[in-house]
Design a protein around this ligand. Structure first.
Ligand SMILES: [Zn+2]
Length: 329
């Protein structure tokens, strides 16, 4: 009985009847359930966005391109290369009846915010930037010998603050000295002082797990409501930060793209995590991991004033790119 009713639902979806409330636009015969999740035909979606598709069935690779955008997908992986920058999806690309399919949520909440960024309402601006230098005081963060993460996050925050101010932004330093500030208090400070964006600065550590093999930068947006985090785990319900899901992702992407493009660092992608700092922020917020303290290439970059300066320049470029996309003239 169960099988038959599921089969019936399946047939309905294939016939394109709008049986899913709120999904009418996509219910055009290209929606199927895969592992209980709504998936859409990726090439058809691309065509509606004005993107040409090239599907290599043998390699399981789909490319969607036009003059402005270049998206590359691979079957069974939860990633897209979006104009050459890696962005993680919640669910892997599937192949159904020989056609690549993508979770509807990934279309709505990952691809669309990047492809067609929404403008802010008139009058809303990107002016005041909160910087949260990771760790501090009794919490050193990742430690490699005598090098402590908290030292370098504060250096980067100060270098970034100077550059943001030079570019005309106001800056709120959530941590401006070697002191301990609880995770929840950090976005609270930014909320209280009405920051327009929140940037949390960190450096990674593989923590002895396959030590010295992990390298590169990754940038995090908050896990979606009832969503999947990139490295496992999930979130339940909605957090204050989820009000800005589309903006969080666009900001993460623009900053990450600028970082990867101008600093010679490996691209680990735009990811999602349920970090306390991102949960509590009442403004678009991201967390940047600017390389691994325990990788020889990355630590050289982290310790070098010149290289960190380049990193700070790139982050400013990313913020400027975001600002141009969301603000009205
Ligand atoms: Zn950290």
């Amino acid at each position: 009985m169960l099988f038959r009713s599921l089969g019936w639902l399946w047939a309905l979806l294939w016939c394109g009847l709008s049986v899913i409330p709120g999904q009418a636009q996509s219910s055009r015969g290209d929606l199927v359930l895969i592992n209980g999740r709504l998936y859409a035909d990726l090439a058809l979606w691309g065509a509606r966005q004005g993107l040409r598709s090239r599907w290599n069935a043998t390699a399981g690779e789909l490319k969607l391109t036009n003059r402005w955008a270049n998206l590359a997908f691979k079957a069974d992986t939860a990633r897209v290369e979006f104009d050459g920058t890696m962005v993680w999806l919640e669910y892997p690309i599937a192949v159904e009846r020989g056609r690549p399919m993508i979770a509807q949520r990934d279309l709505d909440l990952t691809l669309m915010p990047l492809l067609k960024p929404a403008k802010y309402p008139a009058g809303r601006k990107v002016r005041r930037i909160a910087l949260s230098a990771g760790h501090g005081g009794k919490d050193p963060g990742n430690t490699e010998g005598s090098r402590q993460e908290k030292t370098y996050t504060l250096k980067l925050a100060r270098e970034l603050a100077a550059r943001l101010k030079a570019a005309g932004f106001e800056v709120i330093q959530v941590r401006d000295q070697d002191e301990f500030i609880a995770l929840d208090d950090r976005p609270e400070e930014a909320n209280r002082r009405r920051a327009d964006l929140y940037l949390s600065l960190h450096f990674n550590g593989a923590g002895g797990r396959g030590s010295a093999t992990a390298k590169g930068a990754e940038t995090f947006a908050l896990t979606l409501p009832n969503g999947r985090s990139t490295h496992g785990g999930s979130s339940s319900g909605s957090q204050p930060g989820n009000r800005f899901d589309r903006e969080n992702l666009l900001l993460a992407y623009q900053v990450h793209r600028a970082l990867i493009g101008s600093v010679n660092i490996a691209d680990r992608g735009v990811k999602r995590a349920n970090f306390a700092e991102l949960r509590g922020a009442r403004m678009p917020a991201i967390l940047i991991e600017g390389g691994f303290m325990d990788h020889p290439e990355d630590i050289r970059r982290i310790m070098s004033d010149r290289e960190r300066g380049k990193m700070a320049d790139a982050i400013v470029d990313g913020v400027q790119a975001y600002k141009r996309l969301v603000e009205r003239e």
